[in-house]
Design a protein around this ligand. Structure first.
Ligand code: KG4
Ligand code: ZN
Length: 355
């Protein structure tokens, strides 16, 4: 009630739902900027023993989690479904069974409560996440999305105008973190585990090759790096109590990934004559990446925008930002809207493909 009184005149409350992979996320976002609540129910424990996300288990868990998480997010924001102005939900890309859980719930709530709603592209959400924390982020900018499923560079002109500059030709950066961790028997998800183990390392990083650094392309390739790590391990097997050598391999691998991401982002910014760079997606929570991009910003005069780690990994607040921009433009998705596992990025941050 108190929160309702505090709302500025004309402010818009968006209920946002994200269930594209293994996290059930629900957020309430005010005016596309202010997070009133942002809940993520993680399924890591469910998938850990399989070394990766099991799609069937993920969708079942979303079914169990979604209503309690919506309730918690509304309570956290001290609001109710009746006071929500619109609903935003991820409709792709992602695991189809998982996406359908969030999408079906969003459609049902929109229908029953007669609220406008929009289906949002997950990648748009990652690109918009910094808007939740940085009012000084202005268009245009270069956007680098680095996650478990994507590694792509965009020129982002405005919320309705983006242009793909380059993308991975094989594995995504997060995917190689996960695969390398699996190859070393370190557990799942690999990104945070490798990040933690590499911190404060004083053993010498192993030098691994960097792929596709030609100035002719802004594409990435990471599968060769994964093979290089596996081959290195075959040639120099790790014995027991060789923590230092393990750390050297991990930090060398991490350095190789970050080095390529950094060089390509810089190359994209120079090519596009832009000095603002957004880095987002799960891998953007990597501490070495954050340090290197900040160093680059300081030394080379770029402005780098990286969301806080909890807004880099999958969350619903970022979906709420995109939903806000779509809803204030008067968009309203039809109930026939479907989820798509391989939803391409539209030509803007707002998903223009409504059917
Ligand atoms: O954006 P996200 O939460 O989900 C997708 O849309 O894929 O990204 C998940 C990916 C996983 O591959 C995970 O290992 C990686 O992000 N990740 C990290 C870190 N935290 C998560 N990679 C490197 N360092 C981290 N600290
Ligand atoms: Zn993501």
């Amino acid at each position: 009630m108190k929160r309702e009184n505090e709302r500025r005149h004309g402010s818009l409350l968006i209920l946002a739902i994200e269930s594209s992979c293994d996290d059930t996320g629900v957020a309430v976002v005010e005016d596309g900027r202010k997070i009133l609540s942002n809940w993520v129910s993680s399924q890591i424990e469910v998938h850990q023993k399989y070394g990766g996300v099991v799609p069937e288990l993920a969708s079942r868990k979303h079914v169990e989690n979604i209503l309690p998480v919506i309730r918690a997010a509304l309570e956290g924001a001290k609001t109710t479904l009746d006071r929500i102005d619109g609903i935003a939900v991820t409709r792709g890309p992602g695991l189809i069974g998982s996406l359908l859980v969030g999408l079906s719930v969003a459609k049902s709530v929109a229908y029953v409560k007669r609220k406008p709603w929009v289906g949002v592209n997950h990648i748009d959400g990652h690109l918009c996440a910094p808007l939740l924390e940085r009012e000084d982020l202005k268009f245009p900018f270069v956007g680098l999305v680095v996650s478990g499923g994507h590694t792509s560079l965009y020129r982002v002109e405005d919320v309705d105008k983006t242009h793909l500059l380059g993308q991975t030709r094989d594995d995504a950066a997060g995917e190689v973190f996960d695969k390398v961790a699996k190859a070393l028997g370190l557990g799942y998800p690999g990104g945070p585990i490798i990040d933690n183990l590499s911190q404060g390392a004083d053993s010498k990083p192993v030098r691994f090759p960097r792929a596709l650094l030609s100035p002719k392309t802004l594409d990435f390739s990471f599968s060769g790096l994964k093979t290089a790590v596996v081959n290195y391990l075959k040639a120099h097997p790790l014995g027991e109590a060789e923590e230092d050598r393990l750390v050297g391999i991990l930090s060398g691998f991490q350095e190789a990934v970050v080095d390529v991401l950094l060089r390509k982002a810089k190359q994209a910014a120079r090519q596009e004559k832009l000095d603002r760079i957004v880095v987002s997606g799960g891998v953007a929570s990597n501490s070495h990446l954050r340090e290197k991009f900040r160093e680059m910003a300081r030394d080379e005069g770029f402005e780098v925008f990286i969301p806080s780690p909890r807004l880099c990994t999958d969350n619903a607040a970022m979906i709420g930002v995109v939903g806000y921009h779509a809803l204030i433009k008067g968009w309203n998705s039809p109930l026939s809207l479907n989820a798509f596992a391989n939803l391409p990025m539209p030509h803007g941050l707002i998903d223009g493909v409504l059917e």
